[in-house]
Design a protein around this ligand. Structure first.
Ligand code: ZN
Length: 492
């Protein structure tokens, strides 16, 4: 039985979908005005694991992850320029060019990380009508007011009959005290109120007509409106990064309750944050590393390039509710761990079977039960990995003929290792798969150099032969001298 930690109730709960056999899950996606970084990779990988596990359990899953292409202002508190519009202005392109460009790059990065695409990927700008309707419902219910053509949610009034702050564990007083430091209330009745619709300033290019003004929806509206459209008034899981708990998801709860009378979401799930050397990641701190920079190693803080699978494995080695602290040492250790796992998977193919063997099917059965128990325990991927590592040790002993296994036992072990490594954790040997193509492309040139090296060796020109070998190995080609000459493969 799968148990998941519900941020709303603050405890682990058994997962029971609202409709038997079907799961609706909504995850807040990226605001597409810049390249994806580790902070994007973490929720993507976390909810990919949940998606894969629910599918594996036989559920029909509708996974909705939105693209925020409008309404996310520079200062989350309803102020400042739209993030995408600003980028478009600076680069003198259409805002939708910015959104499309970064959406495409986001998709490529997610694919490389091994994340399955969501079932539906709705854009905020494509759902303005639904958002206007939501705002109208909240006005009609008496929980919003108009001010200067903009519409604001009346938090104080809402809080009289409901608890604003229930998700983040705050009460209204805390929120008021925390927001006092900010400048005046402006056109809001109260500083804690949040925008449902903003009247566009004359220079603002992303604008739509509405009953109140030419403008654009507040950021929190899109997820409430699109979640409802694609998953219904009530759905199972809503997820995202912990930084979204307040105000974004808190506001989503208030919007749902104000507009439909009750809450939409059954289980709220949040992944913890990524830190770098214990510090929050941020552009101003100079420690902001994009995924592409990780993949190529092109950032001053990186000592090497780290493959997409190393990044994925690194994320999975921490529980999603723990902080994940980046360092070169931690990533290098992840790479080693991942290599060990794939090495063991390869060695599984070279194990001899024995009839009167020490290991039968019970070993794999137990391994499988332990891995399922770990997954069921709020998706404890670090525990799954530790069980797989234990299995790697056994596989090593089998390959080294220190113990024996029978045919059925070996087949079960292969199945279990494959199910958890590739199907559920979504890991594949990117050194292998990516390199196969490159090896084909380089084959002619590398063979020519190695033929030259063979000739140099035959002529006892050690300087040339060593230099060819060293240069190639520095470029990532591992060369082995064999009886018939040589063999080589790409290792990075
Ligand atoms: Zn959202």
């Amino acid at each position: 039985m799968l148990t998941i930690y519900n941020t709303l109730t603050r405890r682990k709960e058994e997962f029971h979908p609202l409709v038997e056999g079907h799961v609706g899950m909504y995850v807040c996606g990226p605001t597409v005005y810049g390249d994806a970084h580790l902070g994007h990779a973490r929720p993507a990988v976390t909810f990919d694991i949940l998606f894969r596990y629910l599918l594996h359990k036989g559920y029909k899953v509708r996974y909705v992850r939105n693209i925020t292409d409008v309404g996310h202002l520079e200062h989350d508190a309803d102020e400042g320029e739209d993030k995408i519009a600003k980028k478009a202005r600076l680069e003198q392109v259409e805002p939708m060019e910015v959104a499309q460009y970064y959406t495409n790059r986001f998709h490529t990065a997610m694919e490389r990380l091994g994340c399955l695409p969501p079932s539906i990927e709705p854009h905020a700008s494509g759902h303005i009508i639904e958002q206007i309707k939501l705002v109208q419902e909240i006005i009609d219910a008496g929980f919003a007011y108009e001010s200067n053509g903009s519409i604001y949610f009346d938090v104080e009034k809402y809080n009289k009959s409901h608890h604003y702050g229930k998700l983040s564990g705050r009460n209204l007083e805390d929120v008021i005290n925390a927001s006092r430091a900010l400048d005046g209330v402006g056109e809001k009745h109260n500083q804690v109120d949040f925008a449902l619709w903003k009247k566009a300033q004359p220079e603002h290019i992303m604008r739509w007509p509405s009953p109140w003004s030419d403008g654009f929806p507040g950021w929190h509206c899109e997820c409430t409106a699109m979640g409802r459209k694609y998953l219904g008034q009530h759905f199972d899981i809503h997820g995202g990064g912990m930084d979204l708990v307040f105000p974004h998801h808190e506001c989503e709860i208030a919007q749902a309750v104000a507009s439909q009378g009750d809450e939409a979401v059954h289980y709220w799930m949040h992944n913890n944050m990524v830190t770098i050397g214990g510090q929050k990641m941020g552009k101003s701190l100079g420690n902001f590393i994009t995924l592409d920079e990780f993949f190529t190693g092109s950032h001053p803080m990186l000592e090497a390039a780290y493959s997409p699978m190393t990044i994925r494995f690194f994320i999975l080695q921490a529980h999603y509710r723990s902080t994940l602290d980046f360092s070169n040492e931690a990533l290098a250790a992840s790479k080693k761990g991942l290599d060990r796992l794939f090495e063991a998977l390869k060695r599984l193919d070279s194990i001899n079977i024995a009839t009167d063997a020490a290991i039968g099917t019970a070993y794999a059965d137990e391994l499988e039960a332990k891995c399922y128990a770990a997954m069921d325990d709020d998706l404890s991927t670090p525990q799954v990995i530790s069980h797989l590592f234990d299995a790697c040790r056994t596989i090593g002993q089998l390959a080294d003929h220190k113990t024996t296994i029978n045919q059925e036992g070996l087949e079960r072990l292969r199945t279990v290792m494959h199910t958890f490594t590739s199907e559920l954790l979504g890991l594949h040997d990117d050194a292998e798969s990516g390199n196969a193509e490159r090896e084909t492309a380089y084959a002619g040139a590398v063979d020519m150099l190695l033929d030259l090296r063979a000739k140099a060796k035959a002529a006892k020109d050690w300087e040339t032969s060593d230099s060819i070998r060293n240069n190639l190995s520095e470029l990532g080609f591992e060369i082995k001298d064999t009886k018939d000459g040589y063999s080589w493969r790409l290792t990075k």
